[in-house]
Write a protein that binds this ligand. Structure first.
Ligand code: PGA
Length: 253
């Protein structure tokens, strides 16, 4: 059975104190209410990674970063490398979020390097793909998402690709309150899995967790997570409220 994962993407939100309060609330609720078959990840801003990791202690909740550099070390002011994440024992990193692609000009080739750096440091990449609205309206969304997956992941060998988590996040659904229907999500997840299967074989593709992201909320999570190829969620806005986020994590149980 594929690993189920619900990751919260805090983006650039919360003071350190607020982040600690949210984490404390989540720890209590997850311990009391969530069954053991799902991994919960909190993707926090860089300066909070270690304090939040320390706070989590041996809780079942994991911490993740939201980005990493394509370089190992050196004169890259303001950047954080996967080597640094490894040195702090951070187990997950989001790579290629649409906001990184859109505001920071990250392209498929660069993201392929970031994926490599994460894997080389034993940090699991949560690789994001997804189409903007105009591409969905043109009807070329499947071709674009296949290309995104190909550009940044298809250089990996069979063993390496199994260590990647994929997140499908249609850009038109991110932060807009407009969620993909469960049918739209399932259709694209199946396309992604088949595309991986065509290159690596279905046994490999069947092992890869594919998360859905884009306005996941407590009231739509159950239907999305019930889809055969949806293995969890990458949650932005709703991960900033403890009760809402825990209800989403529970929806996969
Ligand atoms: P959202 O963000 O849940 O606020 O739409 C999802 C994401 O950007 O990962």
């Amino acid at each position: 059975m594929r690993q189920k994962i619900v990751a919260g993407n805090w983006k650039m939100n919360k003071t350190l104190e607020e982040a600690h309060i949210l984490t404390a609330e989540l720890m209590g609720m997850v311990a009391d209410e969530v069954k053991g078959n799902v991994i919960t990840v909190l993707c926090a801003p860089f300066p909070y990674l270690l304090p939040i990791k320390n706070q989590l202690g041996n809780s079942s909740i994991k911490v993740g970063a939201q980005n990493c550099s394509e370089h190992d070390s050196g004169a890259y002011t303001g950047e954080v490398s996967a080597t640094m994440l490894k040195s702090m024992a951070i187990p997950y990193v989001i790579i290629g979020h649409s906001e990184r692609r859109q505001y920071f000009g990250e392209n498929g080739k660069l993201l392929a390097t970031k994926v490599d750096k994460a894997l080389a440091n034993n940090v699991t990449p949560i690789f994001c793909c997804g189409e903007p609205l105009e591409i969905r309206e043109k009807g070329t969304h499947e071709a674009l998402v296949k290309q995104q997956v190909e550009e940044s992941l298809f250089h990996l060998n069979q063993e390496a690709i199994q260590k990647v988590v994929v997140a499908y996040e249609p850009v038109w659904a991110i932060g807009t309150g407009k969620t993909a229907t469960s049918q739209q999500a399932q259709d694209m997840h199946a396309v992604i899995r088949q595309h991986i299967a065509a290159k690596y074989g279905s046994a490999t593709a069947d092992k890869i967790s594919i998360l859905y992201g884009g306005s996941v909320k407590a009231d739509n999570a159950k239907e999305l997570f019930a889809c055969a190829d949806v293995d969890g969620g990458l949650v932005g806005g709703a991960s900033l409220k403890s009760r809402e986020f825990v209800e989403i994590v529970k929806a996969i149980g």
